[in-house]
Write a protein that binds this ligand. Structure first.
Ligand code: NDP
Length: 243
């Protein structure tokens, strides 16, 4: 059976992606870091809609935990494979560069960029030999495309994710694996709570923040069989804020 694996699936955009991929017919592995209750809510939402989901707790910045968790999953699912990987987990910890601490820089890069590397490398070893192709979707950001002040750490991590997406897409295309990045603008989630929404909305041509379901729809299309000739792309979803 083909599974989808979504990092940071307990809340926000990741939760919506888990639900959408489940509605597209895939059993979903929901990764989360610490919020077990929220992860269980995602699982229950999927099951109520008739889908199938499993939880997999680990910190995406922890290579040892990742390798152990995925190996355990492989051992307990000898007939199954992960055909869709969504690298969604991410954090922000904003500060102007001259005030930014080493830890603020390191933590954001460890989660967003190193997390992508550790997981994708591990899943590729699992995905490639199966010769059934695959889909990798990396959640980047407007911040990685345009750069946003106060986010040098986050912009650097999200821009690096775009570079890695383009390089990896060329490496794995012969195996039928596509790799794309999605770059959302301002989306209503816990991450954007506390931002000056009214002020920011005035800068967005669409006049509003995006919804998690809108990002999830795009990801579900990129994950579908029909998207097999789209690879190495960065798709903005930002209400016209930056093109
Ligand atoms: P939220 O803060 O709402 O949710 C973050 C999710 O990531 C949670 O499920 C959280 O798990 C998980 N997570 C965080 N750190 C780790 C970690 N170290 N290991 C495993 N899981 C982790 O974020 P959003 O839904 O807003 O963002 C999702 C992605 O989209 C991020 O990559 C973000 O950078 C990106 N993005 C968001 C935008 C927005 O406007 N919201 C705009 C552009 C990009 P737990 O519940 O256990 O804490």
């Amino acid at each position: 059976m083909k599974y989808a694996f979504v990092t940071g699936g307990s809340r926000g955009i990741g939760k919506a992606i888990c639900i959408k991929l489940s509605q597209a017919g895939l059993p979903v592995i929901i990764n989360y870091k610490s919020n077990r209750d929220a992860a269980l809510e995602t699982k229950q939402a999927i099951e109520q809609l008739g889908g199938k989901a499993e939880l997999m707790q680990f910190d995406v910045a922890d290579k040892t935990q990742i390798e152990k968790s995925i190996e355990e999953w492989e051992e307990s699912h000898p007939e199954d494979y992960i055909g869709v990987l969504v690298n969604n987990a991410g954090i922000r910890d904003d500060n102007v560069m001259f005030m930014m601490g080493d830890e603020q820089w390191q933590k954001v890069l460890d989660t967003t960029l190193n997390g992508f590397f550790y997981i994708t490398r591990k899943i590729l070893k699992h995905m490639m030999p199966r010769k059934r192709g695959g889909r990798i979707i990396n959640i980047s950001s407007l911040s990685g495309v345009k750069g946003l002040p106060g986010q040098a750490n986050y912009s650097a991590a999200k821009a690096a994710l775009i570079g890695a997406t383009k390089a990896l897409a060329q490496e794995v295309a012969p195996r039928g694996v596509t790799v794309n990045a999605v770059a959302p603008g301002f989306i209503e989630t816990d991450m954007t709570k506390g931002l000056p929404e009214e002020e920011l909305k005035m800068q967005i041509p669409a006049g509003r923040f995006g919804k998690v379901e809108e990002v999830a729809d795009l990801v579900a299309f990129l994950a579908s069989e029909n998207a097999g000739y789209i690879t190495g792309e960065v798709i903005n979803i930002n209400g016209g804020l930056y093109t």
